[in-house]
Design a protein around this ligand. Structure first.
Ligand code: TRP
Length: 334
């Protein structure tokens, strides 16, 4: 019996290289070995974007196409839409009794996000909604509704997983052992740096290369990427370890090219402009098969729709079965 994997993504924008190397590549390996449920977390996206439903709606399709374009196989992965599984919402209500408000406020991920919101919108603590504070509870429902045993996530999500495990233990101790405690799998590449040298590539940071960026955009972005600031002239020797161009060469170029680039850069026999042009080419080659798949799905929207419907149907069956067990344990199986 294969173990069950559950992971989720908020449909709030297209995927970028950070998502690919930090998560997607991992999914590609895992799809062969697990019973894989991939949630398009539209309800969770609405906790932040409740006043912008069009954005969430549009990105449900966009993100599904992104995930298919990187090579996830819909025969192996059940893609499903969170809002189509009401059992998750139901479980969220039940779990909300098992977690204190203070504990949610102490959750490091939530805490960071609240601090970021305050920075953005001023000190309007009261603007934090009940839904936002509670999203870790809903994420615990996401995972346990499908009996998720393994959850591939980024480091920033570990506190949410810990919160889920606490809820599971509390549930089992009160109502009898019903739920499984999930464990996290972190990817080898924890995060991908941004074009500006920031430790994290992020959409809101404006330093990302998206999987569906066109060639012109990619050229513009790479030409503006941060290099060794001490290299002024074309033939100054430089330090590739602090250069974003070299950093991305490492992700998308061939091994033999990378070694050559490194030596030449250190020697001062390679100019940054040339190096960037080569990266543009390597990046385009890397993204080419992804974009070809994207084009296929964009031209065949009914196939994308069908993939989501099929995955959602399977997810719904699994969640219904789990819900029966939960209600039995809670003595609400009337
Ligand atoms: N919170 C996750 C993120 O922002 C997305 C998510 C929703 C998720 N439900 C999940 C991740 C369940 C893992 C498991 O990236």
């Amino acid at each position: 019996m294969k173990k069950t994997i559950l992971t989720g993504l908020r449909p709030t924008g297209n995927l970028h290289l950070g998502h690919y190397f930090g998560a997607g590549k991992n999914y590609l390996k895992m799809q062969n070995d697990y019973d894989f449920y991939l949630e398009i977390a539209d309800v969770q996206a609405l906790t932040d974007n409740f006043n912008n439903p069009e954005k969430v709606r549009k990105n449900v399709t966009e993100i599904t196409i992104d995930l298919l374009s990187i090579g996830l196989d819909p025969k192996k992965v059940n893609f499903f839409i969170q809002s189509k599984i009401p059992e998750i919402a139901e479980l969220t209500v039940f779990y909300s009794n098992l977690v204190t408000v203070a504990r949610l406020e102490r959750n490091p991920t939530v805490k960071t996000e609240i601090a970021q919101k305050k920075e953005l919108f001023g000190n309007k603590g009261e603007s934090i909604t009940y839904g936002f504070l509670g999203y870790p509870v809903s994420q615990a429902a996401d995972i346990t509704a499908f009996d998720g045993e393994v959850v591939p996530v980024g480091e920033d999500q570990l506190p949410l997983l810990e919160q889920c495990r606490e809820i599971v233990r509390k549930f089992n101790s009160i109502y009898g052992t019903t739920l499984k405690e999930p464990s996290a799998i972190l990817s080898e590449v924890k995060r991908v740096k941004g074009l500006d040298g920031n430790d994290k590539m992020g959409k809101s940071l404006g330093n990302a290369i998206f999987l569906n960026d066109n060639e012109e955009t990619i050229k513009k972005k790479i030409m503006g990427a941060v290099t060794d600031p001490n290299k002024i002239k074309k033939d100054d020797p430089a330090n590739p370890d602090i250069c974003m161009v070299y950093y991305y060469h490492n992700l998308v170029n061939k091994k033999e090219n990378i070694e050559k680039i490194c030596t030449e850069c250190k020697k001062g026999s390679r100019g940054c402009v040339q190096c960037k042009k080569e990266l543009v080419e390597a990046m385009n080659n890397f993204l080419k098969p992804i974009k070809e798949k994207r084009k296929y799905y964009e031209e065949n929207p009914e196939i994308v729709k069908e993939i989501l419907e099929k995955g959602t149907k399977k997810a719904k069956e699994k969640a219904e079965a789990q819900m029966k067990e939960v209600k039995k344990a809670m003595k609400i199986d009337y």
